[in-house]
Design a protein around this ligand. Sequence first.
Ligand code: SF4
Ligand code: SF4
Length: 467
Amino acid sequence: MSENEHLYQERIPIFPRSVKGRFRSLKWGVLILAYGVYFLLPWLRWERPVGPNQAIIFDLEGRLFHIFNLTVHPQDIFWLAGFLMLAALLLFFVTGVAGRVFCGYFCFQTLWTDVYILIERLVQGERPARIRLSKQPWNLDKLRKLGLTHLLWLLVAFLTGLSFVLYWGNAPDLVVQFFTGQAPFPAYATTLFLTATTYVMAGLAREQVCIYMCPYGRFQSVMFDKDTLVISYDQPRGEGSEGRHKIAKGYKTQEERREHGAGDCIDCGYCVQVCPTGIDIRNGPQLACIQCALCVDACDNIMDGLGWERGLVGYKSEREIEGGKTRFLKFKSIGYGIAISIVLGLTVWSMLNQSTFDLHVLKVRQPLYVTLSSGEIQNSYELKLNNKTDHDVTMRLEISNLDNAKVDFGRFQEVVIKPEKTLRIIARVKMAPVPGMPKRQNFVFRARPIGQDDVQLVESPARFFIP
Ligand code: SF4
Ligand code: SF4
């Protein structure tokens, strides 16, 4: 490393210019949808026989997650594994086909940074005005504009944090409790944490999160292949044989430019000015490019204005740049498609066939068995009965496949379990050992519904030990 090179690169402030176009409109659409879902969902009411009437609520106290008509119990945690797998596969699939579309359109960092830049523009003005403001000495006007910008950023950050908390309690009650100082401590701590991180990430750090902090940005290129669409600059068309040239006398029409060996890039710099990460896409694909496609809109606008063909900057695959045709139907995409269908199918099937009642048996192992004064051997078990219905369920408990054994459920031989509740009971199984008896015997615990059609008989295997 030479003396002039440093490990720390000072940040150069970026003031993105606004742009209109099809990709910008698409991004606004995604943003409005994402914000609508995130901020409004906790307020959506949903009648259910048991539990809070909030469409989506993560009830930590009751250890239940309510998502519209679906109630997720702790034992359904493998659904989460299914969804995580699905998210990962979708990400691989989409990245393989269309590059970093997740970064450019759907990532929280992009969505929140977009709104923060919008606020900055509405308060301070377009790019030239913001650059002027940042350079001018401190005065009342600068203080007012920057103060208002940061205040609005903090407000958005606070609403983001508070909305997240509202998913974990009854939103209308929780808001009142929050502002009257009666909400639980984690509600304040979480809101504060998310307010601070949102403000720092979307307001202060912005593109630095994508360039230096995000791990996905680092490894996404391993998912690319020759057919992956990435934002690229058509260098042969833009540069010609003599390079780019501004519009000037003798360089106004495409014919004139070609005569001089100049390409179609008029070096207006619009594509660089709109870039939220401050890069010049004409220098080739770069790690900092989140593929937001705003430079495509910018260049398309310039081309439209000149009456020239669009696409000097656009989505292109390496194969297309080399003169070939992009192949979308490839072995990798088909493989991902099949894997996505299987995981999605299994997860949805499991949800549709969710049991209405669960019985889990855990052997008490300390001690493994007890020899009673009568000579009988006793094993103990913890039974967990989980009623997932919205009404009381009466169950009769019994064991099967263990000849000559006696079982003691205490006063819980026949038990009523409240809706969405779990009951834990201890069962003691006794048996007189006879010579030649195996040291371990498998049997089953059974919970038999009494007078309920919507609940099936459930069984759980167990094992009896003798010395
Ligand atoms: S180079 Fe273009 S696509 Fe990449 S981040 Fe900048 S504006 Fe977005
Ligand atoms: S917007 Fe298009 S014409 Fe203007 S500098 Fe960028 S690539 Fe060249």
